[in-house]
Design a protein around this ligand. Structure first.
Ligand code: 8YV
Length: 327
Protein backbone atom coordinates (compact mmCIF):
# COMPACT_ATOMS: atom_id res chain seq x y z
CA UNK A 1 0.00 0.00 0.00
CA UNK A 2 1.30 3.50 -0.83
CA UNK A 3 2.28 5.58 2.22
CA UNK A 4 -0.32 8.17 3.22
CA UNK A 5 0.44 11.79 2.40
CA UNK A 6 0.18 14.53 5.01
CA UNK A 7 0.97 18.23 5.12
CA UNK A 8 2.74 19.95 8.01
CA UNK A 9 1.49 23.43 7.23
CA UNK A 10 3.63 25.37 9.72
CA UNK A 11 7.15 25.13 11.11
CA UNK A 12 7.31 22.45 13.83
CA UNK A 13 9.98 20.98 16.15
CA UNK A 14 12.41 18.70 14.24
CA UNK A 15 11.47 15.62 16.36
CA UNK A 16 7.84 16.09 15.40
CA UNK A 17 8.69 16.30 11.70
CA UNK A 18 10.84 13.14 12.05
CA UNK A 19 8.11 11.33 13.96
CA UNK A 20 5.55 12.01 11.23
CA UNK A 21 8.06 11.34 8.42
CA UNK A 22 8.62 7.84 9.80
CA UNK A 23 5.00 6.98 9.02
CA UNK A 24 3.85 9.23 6.20
CA UNK A 25 5.02 10.99 3.08
CA UNK A 26 5.34 14.46 4.56
CA UNK A 27 5.06 17.70 2.67
CA UNK A 28 6.63 20.21 5.07
CA UNK A 29 6.12 23.96 4.87
CA UNK A 30 9.07 25.16 6.93
CA UNK A 31 8.90 28.83 5.95
CA UNK A 32 8.68 31.45 8.69
CA UNK A 33 5.43 32.85 7.29
CA UNK A 34 2.13 30.97 7.02
CA UNK A 35 1.00 29.62 3.64
CA UNK A 36 -1.44 31.85 1.78
CA UNK A 37 -4.97 30.38 1.48
CA UNK A 38 -4.26 29.55 -2.19
CA UNK A 39 -0.96 27.84 -1.36
CA UNK A 40 -2.61 25.94 1.49
CA UNK A 41 -5.30 24.68 -0.89
CA UNK A 42 -2.69 23.66 -3.49
CA UNK A 43 -0.47 21.89 -0.93
CA UNK A 44 -3.48 20.02 0.53
CA UNK A 45 -4.28 18.27 -2.74
CA UNK A 46 -3.88 14.51 -2.30
CA UNK A 47 -3.24 14.82 1.46
CA UNK A 48 -5.26 12.77 3.95
CA UNK A 49 -4.08 14.66 7.02
CA UNK A 50 -2.85 18.11 7.95
CA UNK A 51 -1.00 19.58 10.94
CA UNK A 52 -1.96 23.23 11.34
CA UNK A 53 -1.62 26.02 13.87
CA UNK A 54 -3.89 28.94 14.72
CA UNK A 55 -2.85 30.78 11.56
CA UNK A 56 -4.25 28.33 8.97
CA UNK A 57 -7.97 28.71 8.32
CA UNK A 58 -9.85 25.51 7.53
CA UNK A 59 -13.10 26.68 5.97
CA UNK A 60 -16.03 24.86 4.39
CA UNK A 61 -14.89 26.21 0.99
CA UNK A 62 -11.40 24.83 1.49
CA UNK A 63 -12.74 21.43 2.57
CA UNK A 64 -14.87 21.25 -0.58
CA UNK A 65 -11.69 21.48 -2.67
CA UNK A 66 -9.84 18.80 -0.66
CA UNK A 67 -12.02 15.67 -0.85
CA UNK A 68 -9.23 13.35 0.30
CA UNK A 69 -8.62 15.19 3.57
CA UNK A 70 -9.67 13.08 6.57
CA UNK A 71 -7.88 14.59 9.58
CA UNK A 72 -7.10 18.17 10.70
CA UNK A 73 -4.84 18.42 13.76
CA UNK A 74 -4.27 21.86 15.19
CA UNK A 75 -1.40 22.69 17.51
CA UNK A 76 -3.61 24.97 19.60
CA UNK A 77 -6.34 24.64 22.14
CA UNK A 78 -8.48 27.28 20.39
CA UNK A 79 -10.09 26.11 17.15
CA UNK A 80 -12.01 29.14 15.93
CA UNK A 81 -9.85 29.01 12.77
CA UNK A 82 -11.47 25.68 11.86
CA UNK A 83 -15.07 25.24 10.72
CA UNK A 84 -15.77 22.30 13.03
CA UNK A 85 -19.35 21.78 11.81
CA UNK A 86 -18.22 21.66 8.19
CA UNK A 87 -15.50 19.16 9.11
CA UNK A 88 -17.96 16.97 10.99
CA UNK A 89 -20.45 17.10 8.11
CA UNK A 90 -17.71 15.85 5.76
CA UNK A 91 -16.49 13.20 8.19
CA UNK A 92 -13.19 15.02 8.77
CA UNK A 93 -11.77 14.44 12.24
CA UNK A 94 -10.50 17.55 14.07
CA UNK A 95 -8.17 17.46 17.08
CA UNK A 96 -6.70 20.24 19.27
CA UNK A 97 -4.14 20.42 22.11
CA UNK A 98 -5.87 21.04 25.45
CA UNK A 99 -4.35 20.54 28.93
CA UNK A 100 -0.66 20.66 27.96
CA UNK A 101 -0.76 24.46 27.78
CA UNK A 102 -3.08 25.20 30.70
CA UNK A 103 -0.55 26.04 33.40
CA UNK A 104 1.87 28.03 31.19
CA UNK A 105 -0.99 30.05 29.76
CA UNK A 106 -2.35 30.71 33.25
CA UNK A 107 1.15 31.79 34.41
CA UNK A 108 1.28 34.26 31.56
CA UNK A 109 -2.26 35.52 32.14
CA UNK A 110 -1.35 36.25 35.72
CA UNK A 111 1.96 37.86 34.70
CA UNK A 112 0.07 40.12 32.29
CA UNK A 113 -2.40 41.02 35.03
CA UNK A 114 0.47 41.94 37.36
CA UNK A 115 2.39 43.88 34.69
CA UNK A 116 -0.74 45.81 33.77
CA UNK A 117 -2.00 46.55 37.28
CA UNK A 118 1.48 47.51 38.53
CA UNK A 119 2.39 49.52 35.42
CA UNK A 120 5.59 47.59 34.70
CA UNK A 121 5.85 48.28 30.97
CA UNK A 122 5.08 51.95 31.49
CA UNK A 123 7.82 52.11 34.15
CA UNK A 124 10.38 50.36 31.97
CA UNK A 125 9.62 52.60 28.99
CA UNK A 126 9.98 55.69 31.17
CA UNK A 127 13.28 54.45 32.63
CA UNK A 128 14.77 53.52 29.23
CA UNK A 129 13.70 56.91 27.84
CA UNK A 130 15.61 58.70 30.64
CA UNK A 131 12.40 59.86 32.31
CA UNK A 132 13.26 58.63 35.84
CA UNK A 133 14.34 61.86 37.51
CA UNK A 134 13.14 61.61 41.07
CA UNK A 135 10.77 59.95 43.53
CA UNK A 136 7.20 61.02 44.29
CA UNK A 137 4.67 59.40 46.59
CA UNK A 138 2.40 58.55 43.67
CA UNK A 139 5.10 57.88 41.06
CA UNK A 140 3.73 55.07 38.80
CA UNK A 141 1.34 54.04 41.57
CA UNK A 142 -0.88 51.25 40.26
CA UNK A 143 -3.69 49.06 41.49
CA UNK A 144 -3.47 46.54 44.33
CA UNK A 145 -3.41 42.91 43.26
CA UNK A 146 -3.32 40.92 46.52
CA UNK A 147 -6.63 40.89 48.33
CA UNK A 148 -8.50 42.47 45.41
CA UNK A 149 -11.37 40.97 43.40
CA UNK A 150 -10.39 38.80 40.45
CA UNK A 151 -13.11 38.43 37.82
CA UNK A 152 -12.85 35.61 35.30
CA UNK A 153 -14.97 35.47 32.17
CA UNK A 154 -14.79 31.89 30.85
CA UNK A 155 -14.13 29.35 33.60
CA UNK A 156 -12.64 26.48 31.60
CA UNK A 157 -9.32 24.81 32.34
CA UNK A 158 -7.24 27.97 31.91
CA UNK A 159 -9.75 30.14 33.77
CA UNK A 160 -9.65 27.74 36.71
CA UNK A 161 -5.83 27.71 36.72
CA UNK A 162 -5.83 31.53 36.84
CA UNK A 163 -8.43 31.45 39.63
CA UNK A 164 -6.13 29.17 41.69
CA UNK A 165 -3.22 31.56 41.28
CA UNK A 166 -5.36 34.49 42.39
CA UNK A 167 -7.06 32.74 45.29
CA UNK A 168 -4.17 30.78 46.76
CA UNK A 169 -1.19 32.87 45.61
CA UNK A 170 -2.56 36.37 46.16
CA UNK A 171 -5.49 35.97 48.53
CA UNK A 172 -7.88 37.38 45.95
CA UNK A 173 -11.64 37.10 46.07
CA UNK A 174 -12.58 35.16 42.91
CA UNK A 175 -15.81 35.70 41.00
CA UNK A 176 -16.59 34.25 37.58
CA UNK A 177 -19.11 34.02 34.80
CA UNK A 178 -19.32 31.16 32.35
CA UNK A 179 -21.84 29.61 29.95
CA UNK A 180 -22.34 26.85 32.50
CA UNK A 181 -21.81 27.04 36.22
CA UNK A 182 -19.13 24.81 37.78
CA UNK A 183 -20.14 21.98 40.10
CA UNK A 184 -20.44 23.02 43.75
CA UNK A 185 -17.31 21.00 44.68
CA UNK A 186 -15.24 22.71 41.99
CA UNK A 187 -16.45 26.14 43.14
CA UNK A 188 -15.58 25.25 46.73
CA UNK A 189 -12.14 23.91 45.76
CA UNK A 190 -11.36 27.14 43.86
CA UNK A 191 -13.08 29.43 46.34
CA UNK A 192 -14.87 30.97 43.36
CA UNK A 193 -18.35 32.50 43.27
CA UNK A 194 -20.58 32.41 40.17
CA UNK A 195 -22.13 35.78 39.28
CA UNK A 196 -24.12 37.24 36.38
CA UNK A 197 -22.00 38.87 33.66
CA UNK A 198 -23.06 42.41 34.62
CA UNK A 199 -22.16 41.78 38.24
CA UNK A 200 -18.78 40.40 37.19
CA UNK A 201 -18.09 43.56 35.20
CA UNK A 202 -19.21 45.82 38.05
CA UNK A 203 -17.31 44.07 40.84
CA UNK A 204 -14.01 42.95 39.33
CA UNK A 205 -10.87 44.91 40.14
CA UNK A 206 -9.09 42.78 37.55
CA UNK A 207 -11.09 41.11 34.80
CA UNK A 208 -9.44 38.29 32.84
CA UNK A 209 -10.96 37.03 29.57
CA UNK A 210 -10.37 33.33 28.98
CA UNK A 211 -13.42 32.30 26.97
CA UNK A 212 -13.42 30.64 23.54
CA UNK A 213 -13.98 32.87 20.52
CA UNK A 214 -17.16 32.25 18.52
CA UNK A 215 -19.99 34.17 16.86
CA UNK A 216 -21.56 34.37 20.35
CA UNK A 217 -18.48 35.81 22.06
CA UNK A 218 -17.57 38.24 19.23
CA UNK A 219 -17.21 41.74 20.77
CA UNK A 220 -18.87 40.57 23.98
CA UNK A 221 -16.73 43.20 25.70
CA UNK A 222 -17.74 46.43 23.97
CA UNK A 223 -18.80 49.95 25.05
CA UNK A 224 -21.80 48.87 27.22
CA UNK A 225 -19.73 46.27 29.07
CA UNK A 226 -16.75 48.59 29.55
CA UNK A 227 -19.15 51.21 30.93
CA UNK A 228 -20.05 48.85 33.78
CA UNK A 229 -16.43 48.39 34.88
CA UNK A 230 -14.77 50.34 37.69
CA UNK A 231 -12.62 53.29 36.58
CA UNK A 232 -9.81 51.65 38.57
CA UNK A 233 -10.20 48.24 36.88
CA UNK A 234 -7.71 46.28 34.80
CA UNK A 235 -8.80 44.22 31.78
CA UNK A 236 -6.65 41.29 30.60
CA UNK A 237 -7.26 39.32 27.39
CA UNK A 238 -5.40 36.05 26.78
CA UNK A 239 -8.21 34.44 24.77
CA UNK A 240 -8.85 35.89 21.29
CA UNK A 241 -8.75 39.47 20.05
CA UNK A 242 -12.22 39.42 18.53
CA UNK A 243 -13.81 39.04 21.96
CA UNK A 244 -13.09 42.72 22.64
CA UNK A 245 -14.24 45.70 20.57
CA UNK A 246 -10.82 47.34 20.33
CA UNK A 247 -12.16 50.76 19.28
CA UNK A 248 -14.38 50.87 22.36
CA UNK A 249 -11.52 49.64 24.55
CA UNK A 250 -9.11 52.25 23.19
CA UNK A 251 -11.68 54.98 23.92
CA UNK A 252 -12.25 53.68 27.47
CA UNK A 253 -8.50 53.59 28.12
CA UNK A 254 -7.88 57.03 26.62
CA UNK A 255 -10.67 58.57 28.70
CA UNK A 256 -9.59 56.65 31.83
CA UNK A 257 -13.00 55.00 32.14
CA UNK A 258 -11.00 51.89 33.03
CA UNK A 259 -7.45 52.11 34.38
CA UNK A 260 -5.48 49.77 32.15
CA UNK A 261 -5.51 46.76 29.85
CA UNK A 262 -3.13 43.88 29.17
CA UNK A 263 -3.59 42.34 25.75
CA UNK A 264 -1.88 39.25 24.35
CA UNK A 265 -4.33 38.81 21.47
CA UNK A 266 -5.70 41.18 18.84
CA UNK A 267 -8.43 41.23 16.25
CA UNK A 268 -6.59 40.89 12.92
CA UNK A 269 -3.24 40.01 14.54
CA UNK A 270 -0.36 40.35 13.88
CA UNK A 271 -1.72 43.80 12.98
CA UNK A 272 -2.36 45.85 16.13
CA UNK A 273 -4.88 48.68 16.25
CA UNK A 274 -2.62 51.77 15.92
CA UNK A 275 -4.53 53.68 18.62
CA UNK A 276 -3.61 51.03 21.19
CA UNK A 277 0.06 51.57 20.36
CA UNK A 278 -0.19 55.20 21.43
CA UNK A 279 -1.75 54.58 24.85
CA UNK A 280 0.50 54.36 27.94
CA UNK A 281 -1.98 52.37 30.03
CA UNK A 282 -1.97 49.21 27.94
CA UNK A 283 0.54 46.36 28.03
CA UNK A 284 0.83 44.68 24.63
CA UNK A 285 2.35 41.25 23.99
CA UNK A 286 2.45 39.28 20.70
CA UNK A 287 0.21 36.26 21.45
CA UNK A 288 2.77 34.43 23.59
CA UNK A 289 0.70 33.19 26.53
CA UNK A 290 1.54 29.52 25.80
CA UNK A 291 5.09 30.29 24.70
CA UNK A 292 7.44 28.29 26.87
CA UNK A 293 9.62 25.81 25.00
CA UNK A 294 8.41 22.75 26.97
CA UNK A 295 4.77 23.74 26.45
CA UNK A 296 5.15 24.46 22.75
CA UNK A 297 6.98 21.13 22.33
CA UNK A 298 4.22 19.32 24.20
CA UNK A 299 1.59 21.00 22.02
CA UNK A 300 3.44 20.04 18.82
CA UNK A 301 3.87 16.42 19.96
CA UNK A 302 0.23 16.16 20.95
CA UNK A 303 -0.89 17.48 17.55
CA UNK A 304 1.41 14.97 15.83
CA UNK A 305 0.26 12.11 18.07
CA UNK A 306 -3.33 12.92 17.15
CA UNK A 307 -2.45 12.79 13.45
CA UNK A 308 -0.55 9.54 13.86
CA UNK A 309 -3.29 7.80 15.81
CA UNK A 310 -6.07 9.03 13.54
CA UNK A 311 -4.35 7.76 10.39
CA UNK A 312 -3.01 4.48 11.77
CA UNK A 313 -6.20 3.13 13.29
CA UNK A 314 -5.51 4.25 16.87
CA UNK A 315 -7.55 6.44 19.18
CA UNK A 316 -6.47 10.10 18.88
CA UNK A 317 -5.83 11.49 22.38
CA UNK A 318 -7.77 14.75 22.05
CA UNK A 319 -10.46 14.69 19.35
CA UNK A 320 -12.94 17.57 19.05
CA UNK A 321 -15.53 15.66 16.99
CA UNK A 322 -15.05 12.02 18.04
CA UNK A 323 -18.44 11.19 16.53
CA UNK A 324 -16.78 11.03 13.09
CA UNK A 325 -14.65 8.11 14.34
CA UNK A 326 -17.66 5.96 15.03
CA UNK A 327 -19.55 7.03 11.89
C1 8YV B 1 -0.98 29.35 20.28
C2 8YV B 1 -3.33 29.64 21.29
O1 8YV B 1 0.10 30.20 20.37
O2 8YV B 1 -3.53 27.32 21.73
C3 8YV B 1 -4.09 28.36 21.40
O3 8YV B 1 -5.32 28.39 21.16
O4 8YV B 1 -3.89 30.65 21.10
C4 8YV B 1 -1.85 29.66 21.43
O5 8YV B 1 -1.44 28.81 22.43
C5 8YV B 1 -1.37 29.37 18.87
O6 8YV B 1 -2.68 29.46 18.54
C6 8YV B 1 -0.67 28.19 18.23
O7 8YV B 1 -1.31 27.65 17.18
Amino acid sequence: MDALKVLIARRAPAEVVHKLSAHFVVDYHDGAEPLSPDDLRARLQGKVGVYVTGTERITAELLATCPELKVVCTMSVGYNHIDLDACTARGVLVTNTPDVLTESTADFGFALLMATARRMSEGERLLRDGGWKSWAWDFLAGAEVHGSTLGILGMGRIGQAIARRGRFGFGMKVIYHNRSRLAAEAEAELGARYVAKDELLRQADHLVLVLPYSAQSHHCIAAPELALMKPTATLVNVARGGIVDEEALAAALREHRIAAAGLDVFEGEPRVNPVLLTLPNVVLTPHIASATLPTRQAMAHLAADNLLAALTGGMPPTPLNPQVLSA
